[in-house]
Write a protein that binds this ligand. Structure first.
Ligand code: ADP
Ligand code: MG
Length: 489
């Protein structure tokens, strides 16, 4: 078995299940008409219902239900025709109602899976459920030494809580899962996936056991807001739990928080059991009943998802799986790639365009902190550049110089090649003359080559290229040099 951790008392397996809270893209909150847009002034997007005023009644926002259905379809899940909203009772200052409306006994979505991409394999992670629930408000404790502030803008915003089976076995798998889920949500347009703004938050449940024995007790790391922190939190937790178990202690079921500054997890509170919340069906809301027509209407709007797009890219453009995965991770990148391919003359340029995008364009984007929306060149110009390589107007090496100029000036490659005199020399007459000159000027190397020292060939080609300022068509130059060296042999 792989992925086992060697401890002092034997080998241990890490077990991880994730609960992801994904804010549904919607103009309004789950049960009120207040705006759900991030970043407004505190307490400017709060209705009486969100503030927990007595006598207010929740009205279910259909758009949020549709987002949950769409997300369920995107995870190959079962969409339940009947689901029920329950009250989850607890006290917290940022929860003015004294309960959160959630779905406990009958969630809207059950089952399904996500395939995650690991280094050498694809692993299927099963989904337990997706349910709809309200978000809480936000407390801030660091604005004043003795006061806490509460912002209710987030109170009542629609969350889709997506719960996985405990099927991940390492921090890498957990990170790959979150990346893939986020990618799918963005393709679907059901959650913007912005972890910094908190629209995607991860609770990681982690335990250790020895293979063949029942699962161990889990600790839950709450509200991790970056993929990198998730990896760090899990790694820390593995070491912490292993220490406890191997020194004869027991891991307690509790909620912990990750401190990114220190790289450690810290106990926040002991974990409540479901019964502590006294779940019961919310008497203000009827069961949510869906008919087949509504689900079908959403099914027909489903976009091509990352896995399907990757497989198509491999088929259509002969990309490697690795390159295809890089291009489809963000829908924007995949669209940009296809746009460029569309501008090229065809003739199988897809693979070369993928290389150029991944190596040169992404490289320059990283260097200059640019995104696809503010690139300094036109997409058709990259297609033109690749076309010019394919039709031998310029070599791949010269193309890199042209690309840097494109990046600097925004000019079209054909114009730059003209201005800079970079056109590749394929004229056999010119190349032949240069080859003759090189052979004449390097008699001793030519002799060595003819005596069987083949490595010298590279040197001679280099001389030809140098004489033509790197512009000789390498294929023609190679041929010609070989022919000439043989001829007098
Ligand atoms: P709660 O809301 O109490 O945390 P849930 O059932 O909603 O409970 O979520 C439990 C999560 O913990 C799921 O993602 C599940 O896969 C995971 N899980 C359950 N048991 C274990 C375990 N022994 N080790 C690690 N993860 C676990
Ligand atoms: Mg939990």
């Amino acid at each position: 078995m792989k992925n086992l951790i060697q401890g002092q008392t034997g080998q241990w397996e890490v077990v991880i299940g994730l609960e992801v809270h994904a804010q549904a893209v919607s103009n309004a909150k789950l049960f009120s008409g207040a705006s759900a847009v991030f970043g407004a002034d505190p307490n400017t997007q709060v209705t009486f219902l969100d503030a927990g005023m007595p006598g207010m009644l929740p009205v279910l926002n259909k758009a949020c239900v549709d987002q949950a259905i769409k997300t369920g379809l995107g995870m190959n899940s079962t969409i339940n025709k009947v689901s029920v909203f329950d009250r989850k009772n607890y006290f917290y200052p940022d929860l003015p109602l004294g309960y959160q409306i959630s779905q406990f006994y009958y969630p809207i979505v059950t089952g399904g899976y996500i395939d995650i991409d690991l280094e050498n394999e694809v692993k299927r992670i099963n989904i337990t459920r997706l349910h709809l629930e309200q978000d809480a408000g936000k407390s801030t404790h660091d604005l004043h030494p003795s006061l806490s502030y509460i912002d209710f803008n987030r109170a009542g915003v629609a969350l889709m809580e997506i719960v996985s089976e405990p099927e991940m076995r390492s921090s890498q798998e957990a990170m790959a899962y979150v990346k893939k889920l986020r990618s799918i949500l963005r393709y679907l347009g059901t959650c913007d996936g912005n972890m910094e703004e908190g629209s995607l938050r991860v609770d990681a449940n982690i335990s250790l056991h020895q293979p063949g024995t029942p699962f161990g007790t889990r600790a839950e790391i709450k509200n991790v807001n970056s993929v990198r922190f998730l990896g760090q939190a899990i790694e820390y937790e593995i070491v912490r739990q292993l220490d406890i178990i191997e020194s004869g202690g027991t891991v307690i079921q509790e909620t912990r928080l990750f401190d990114p500054a220190k790289g450690v997890t810290r106990s926040m509170r002991s974990k409540e059991d479901a019964m502590d919340y006294r779940y019961f069906p919310d008497p203000d809301l009827r069961p949510l009943v869906l008919d087949e027509a509504r689900i079908e209407a959403i099914r027909v709007t489903m976009p091509e998802l990352p896995d399907a797009k990757r497989d198509r890219f491999i088929q259509e453009f002969s990309l490697t799986k690795y390159d295809a995965n890089v291009l489809v991770a963000e829908k924007e990148t995949a669209d940009f790639y296809e746009e460029i391919v569309g501008f090229s003359k065809g003739h199988g340029s897809g693979k070369l365009i993928a290389n150029w995008l991944i190596v040169e364009v992404f490289g320059a984007m990283n260097r200059d902190s640019k995104s696809i929306d503010d690139l300094p060149f036109e997409p058709q110009h990259l297609a033109n550049l690749v076309d010019l390589i394919i039709d031998n107007t310029i070599s791949g090496k010269i193309a890199k110089d042209v690309f840097s100029k494109m990046w600097e000036t925004g000019k079209a490659p054909a114009q730059l090649i003209d201005e800079l005199g970079l056109k590749q020399v394929s004229d056999t007459g010119v190349i032949e003359k240069t080859v003759d000159d090189v052979i004449a000027a390097n008699a001793s190397q030519v002799e060595q080559y003819r005596a069987g020292k083949e490595q010298v060939f590279g040197f001679l080609v280099g001389q030809v290229m140098k004489a033509l300022q790197g512009k000789a068509n390498p294929g023609v130059a190679n041929e010609m040099l070989k022919k000439k060296l043989k001829a007098t042999n």
